[in-house]
Design a protein around this ligand. Structure first.
Ligand code: IVH
Length: 698
């Protein structure tokens, strides 16, 4: 898309515009400003290799916005400011596709591919075929129509003949160019096919936000992408960071009648052309082979790499490279004869739902867990899956005895995709939600706007156990030797009944229990004693206040001198803290207004725990101040949490994902998609664990 010289020129123009920002940029520079912004969108969203800081991009973008506001007559539909739509989408009208969007025939093994090759050779009457092989992106298919270089329409696949028009939402995706120079090769109208997807990092982030809000996570990135395209609010679409890969020029008309441009005679060249026009096509991933044997090898090779890619693929697509030959081979009513999908090992499986167990969590939430006949999916045996809440069960219409389709996408927690209602025998039983707590029998409650039923008896043994387990857990107070099994055992034996009880355990009695030698009791004693010195943020996290995760706990710890100070903070004051919204503030507020919780804190202080914000945790003048880190893969010398502590102790910051803001990626063993992504951003330094240790002087 941009040659070396052009890249240098745009970068130069960027510097020049940034310099002029303070003096003000006038409307004469509008084209240069747009060009610069398009260039950086391309660097960021298509190449994954930004050349300026996000804040610099934002400043230039705001400058363009200002000029356009003052001179509305100069706005063009493909201006970078014109992605953002103002209003909500009313509906998604049905539109006819220019050519039907067919699906692909599937193959699952080498034999199937040999079979495909045989048929192609027969149809082509050739001894050897040239194939182009590329990833099969696992998202939702779309069609993009460009007329006179402008994007005029985007539609989903629908039934293949007609789909939903989703132009406004597609315009929010910055790897889709709003205009592209098709006219440079004489094309007037073009229809391009591609796949909308959400990458794994953005997907996990989105699922985490759902879970935090108490909503069920989505089963896979594919559903997240297709669901997002149907959102009415384009601003929400923009926030989800969808991406588009294009892989097919399905239709075009020429400005002047004449021969097809020679670039369009092979599929590989078409991908190259689309790439050159600024699209994200699998230009780097595709490979051309003569003969099917090499194709088979490449498919297998790619399957190995599957988990290291930043996005999901579910197979490879093998296409006859010559377009005239494609035309000669034609299609059946369902799929082209010149292409086939090679599907990777399934990450879905069907099994039977044999029952539902209701578990009570530390906040009293009653979670239904589906019990399944054990089945292997994506390399692990799954025998139970959380089904979140009553609404979820109703929506999926789950019944006991049902055959269910389950999926485990990459490292995502397994989910039930759907029940197979068509194969019911009539003996399936509806799932009834309990009205009483399955552990303590008190009546369950549900708040109006919530989907979760809760046991509100704070003394409920299930909650007590879960609260203690959370309190001692690794990321909280990290009391080794007092794991889940021990907590449950001590509760059962009456040795432990609440959190303060941890600090008055009767070690005499414990040492009489079977399996508790002097050494293990001494270790336990030391671990409990040691936990009294844990920093305040760990204690805050350990208290298990709803919606307060580790990050919020750190923010909170910085806000007070003593834990009890929270009793005096108002809702407004709490909301002023970073990342603390209404819901979180309300939860913190009510926690510290509760007498029982205050008594708990006082007991902990009496037991000798650190409730003071003794050491200032944000080091501003450390060796690593202003430097950002991210750890990925398995570390051997340190635990990840220890390594992160070391960074923070020297003033560095830990980021949650790979972006241009990241300075160092510490790659441990078997590092996956984060490493791959970081490799694409030149400014990130990738270091090993031992280099990291050197860096921090260990
Ligand atoms: S080519 C006429 N190439 O897989 C040929 N499809 O079951 C059109 N897909 O509906 C398809 N990656 O949504 C093609 N590199 C790729 C693809 C791809 C994903 C999807 C597409 C299609 C489905 C086929």
């Amino acid at each position: 898309m941009y040659t070396k010289e052009q890249t240098a020129a745009w970068q130069e123009a960027t510097r020049e515009l940034l310099d002029r920002l303070s003096k003000g940029i006038d409307k004469q520079s509008v084209n240069s400003l747009r060009g610069v912004l398009r260039f950086h969108e391309y660097r960021y969203y298509v190449l994954n290799d930004p050349l300026i800081a996000d804040a610099e991009y934002d400043r230039l973008y705001k400058a363009l916005e200002k000029i356009e506001q003052q001179n509305p007559e100069i706005i063009t539909p493909d201006s970078p400011t014109q992605r953002v739509a103002l209003g909500l989408t009313k509906d998604f009208p049905t539109v006819q596709h220019l050519v039907p969007m067919l699906s692909l025939d599937n193959s699952y093994n080498a034999e199937d591919l040999l079979d495909f090759d045989r048929k192609v050779k027969e149809g082509a009457q050739l001894d050897e075929i040239e194939y182009c092989v590329e990833p099969k992106f696992d998202g939702g298919s779309i069609s993009l129509i460009y007329e006179n270089d402008m994007l005029v329409r985007a539609a989903t696949r629908g039934d293949g003949v007609a789909g939903d028009e989703v132009t406004t939402n597609i315009r929010q995706i910055r790897s889709v160019p709003l205009s592209a120079a098709f006219s440079s090769i004489g094309i007037e109208q073009a229809e391009i096919r591609g796949e909308v997807l959400i990458n794994k990092d953005n997907f996990s982030r989105y699922n985490e936000s759902l879970i935090e809000e108490g909503l069920p996570p989505l089963a896979n990135p594919r559903n997240a992408a297709s669901g997002t395209l149907r959102l009415k609010d384009p601003k929400e679409v923009a926030k989800r960071n969808l991406e588009v890969f294009v892989y097919h020029l399905s239709f075009f008309t020429l400005k002047k009648e004449g021969a097809t441009p020679s670039t369009l005679l092979t599929h590989a060249n078409t991908l190259q052309l689309l790439w050159d026009l600024g699209f994200r096509s699998p230009e780097k991933e595709k490979k051309v082979f003569k003969g099917i044997a090499a194709v088979i090898d490449y498919c297998k090779e790619f399957e190995e790499k599957r988990d290291n890619l930043p996005y999901e693929i579910d197979g490879m697509v093998i296409k006859v490279n010559s377009i005239p030959l494609q035309e000669k081979l034609g299609m059946t009513s369902h799929h082209p004869r010149w292409a086939v999908a090679f599907k990777f090992k399934a990450r879905q499986a069907t099994t039977r739902l044999t029952g539902i167990e209701f578990q009570v969590g530390r906040t009293g939430a009653v979670t239904p867990v589906a019990k399944l006949e054990p089945v292997a999916v994506g390399g692990v045996i799954v025998s139970s899956i959380s089904v979140h809440n009553q609404d979820y069960i109703r929506e999926k219409d789950l019944r006991i005895g049902d055959q269910v389709l389950i999926e485990r996408a990459g490292d995502v927690i397994p989910q039930i995709v759907k029940s197979l209602a068509d194969v019911r025998t009539g003996n399936e039983k509806k799932i009834t939600f309990p009205t009483k707590c399955p552990v303590c029998s008190s009546t369950l409650h549900k708040e109006e706007e919530e989907a979760v039923w809760r046991c509100i008896n704070l003394e409920c043994p299930a909650q007590v156990a879960e609260r203690i387990i959370h309190f001692v857990s690794k990321d909280a107070m990290d009391i080794r030797g007092l794991g889940e099994a021990n907590v449950r055992k001590f509760i059962e034996l009456g040795l432990l009944k609440d959190i303060p009880g941890i600090y008055s355990l009767d070690f005499e009695k414990i040492s009489q229990l079977e399996g508790y030698g002097k050494k293990s009791v001494d270790n336990l004693k030391a671990a409990i004693e040691g936990s009294k010195q844990q920093p305040l943020h760990r204690l805050i996290y350990a208290l298990g206040i709803r919606y307060v995760g580790e990050t919020t706990a750190r923010t909170l710890a910085q806000a007070v001198h003593h834990l009890i100070d929270f009793r005096t903070l108002s809702l407004d004051q709490l909301q002023e803290l970073e990342d603390v919204g209404t819901k979180v503030a309300e939860s913190i507020y009510s926690f510290f207004q509760n007498g029982g919780n205050i008594a708990l804190i006082q007991q902990l202080e009496k037991a000798g725990l650190t409730l003071l914000n003794t050491k200032k945790e944000i080091v501003t003048d450390g060796n690593l101040s202003g430097t950002t880190f991210l750890f990925t893969g398995t570390l051997t010398a340190l635990k990840r949490s220890e390594a992160e502590e070391l960074v923070r102790a020297q003033g560095g910051q830990i980021l949650s994902g790979v972006s241009a803001k990241l300075n160092y990626l510490v790659a441990g063993e078997e590092a996956g998609s984060k490493l791959e992504k970081a490799k694409k951003i030149n400014s990130i330094r990738i270091i090993s664990e031992s280099e990291f240790l050197q860096l921090i002087g260990k």
